[in-house]
Every structure is written in C-alpha cells, then in structure tokens.
Design a binder for this molecule. Structure first.
Ligand code: SF4
Length: 207
C-alpha cells in the first residue's frame, strides 16, 4: 500500500462528517489531511511490525493505519524534515477534544492502528491522554518521538502506563557524528541509544 495522496473521491464512513466540517469533502482515507485550521496530516499506508497482528478492516472503507502528525513542534532540525518543524507548538494543531473525536471516529471506522508522529509527539502534554483513549477504544496506539532531553525515563514510563505500543526511534547512521549532523543536533545519537535502552527496559514494543 502506498503513501500517495488521493485528492479526489470522498472520505467514507464516520470520518466523512468531520472532513466536511473541516472543509475537506473530497479526500479518501489512504491519505487524509485533517486541516481544521492548519495542517495535521493523517496518512495511511505503512504497516508496523507488531507483536500482535491487528485484524484487517475492509480496506475499501477504512485504512489499515492512520498516521496523525500530532504537532509540528520539534527540537531537532533533520535534513529530511518535511514537517517544517520548529521547537514550538502551533496554535492551530488539533485540540485535545478534536483529537478525541478523531480517535473515536477512527476506531468506529474499523481502522486498527493509529501512529502519533510529528514533529515530536512528546511536546504535547495530552499525548498520554489520547493514547489511553485510543487504546481503550480498541486502537493500537504507536508513537514516534524525537530523542531529545524531553524523552525522559519518566515520560516513557508515563507512555507505557497509557498503553503505547510500539515506540519507534530512528537512527540514521552507525556513526554518531553522521547521525547528529543529519539530525541537526549534537548528542542526538547518544540520546536515541539511551531512549532505546529505556524503552527496552520498560518492556515496551520497540521499533
Ligand atoms: S525528528 Fe521528525 S519532526 Fe523533528 S526535525 Fe526530525 S524529521 Fe522533523
């Protein structure tokens, strides 16, 4: 399944009303941009390597995976970043209430997996609340945090209590200098390795 945006057709099922309310009446769920005010994006198409395989929905009506660009805020400055990330949250992000509704509709549609990415998802204090809500509603809630000083043991433990699965971290090179240059942040490689140990230590599914 690809990532290509489909700009014609309609969002079907319970997300339709939300899409129309957001001013997007003509998108299909393989890649669905939720832009009530700016640009959180929901994409479908990558299947994580999960320990437990979620049931596959009717893909003619719902995507297997929803990727929510949860925030633009991020302390890193990766060369490949397409999120135009800055170390500050955008006031036009989906609110907590809007996110709750999005997750409810996603679960109702039959999509089994939601990935919270960014930006850096841990920059939002409601990350755990939404992971917990999605998990309680039957979704597998994954996240892809940036390995920065915000990704502490306490925050990872909090994500674990909320039910996150899995946590994904990214290493771009076996050499710290190359990785750090690519990520635009000195110490990023060491932070990523440390975070990986923390995730393992907490017994969380890890990618
Ligand atoms: S971690 Fe992600 S959001 Fe942050 S700068 Fe890198 S690519 Fe962009």
């Amino acid at each position: 399944m690809g990532f290509g945006r489909v700009s014609s057709g309609r969002v079907r099922g319970p997300l339709d009303a939300a899409a129309r309310g957001a001013g997007f009446g003509s998108m299909f769920a393989l890649e669905w941009n939720v832009r009530p005010r700016v640009r959180p994006q929901l994409r479908a198409g990558v299947v994580p390597n999960l320990a437990r395989t979620p049931s596959v929905p009717d893909l003619s009506h719902a995507p297997f995976l929803l990727v929510w660009e949860f925030t633009r805020a991020c302390a890193l400055a990766c060369q490949h970043c397409r999120a135009a990330a800055i170390d500050k949250r955008d006031p036009d992000e989906l609110t907590t209430a809007e996110g709750q509704e999005l997750l409810r509709q996603t679960a109702a549609m039959g999509t089994p997996i939601c990935v919270l990415t960014g930006g850096d998802p841990v920059q939002r204090p409601d990350l755990e609340e939404l992971i917990h809500l999605g998990t309680a509603g039957g979704l597998r809630m994954a996240t892809i945090p940036a390995a920065t000083e915000r990704l502490t043991h306490e925050r990872l433990a909090s994500l674990a209590r909320a039910g996150v699965a899995p946590v994904a971290l990214r290493i771009d090179a076996p050499d710290a200098a190359v990785h750090d240059a690519f990520r635009g942040a000195s110490g990023s490689f060491a932070s990523t390795v440390q975070a990986a140990h923390e995730v393992r230590g907490l017994g969380l599914p890890f990618k």
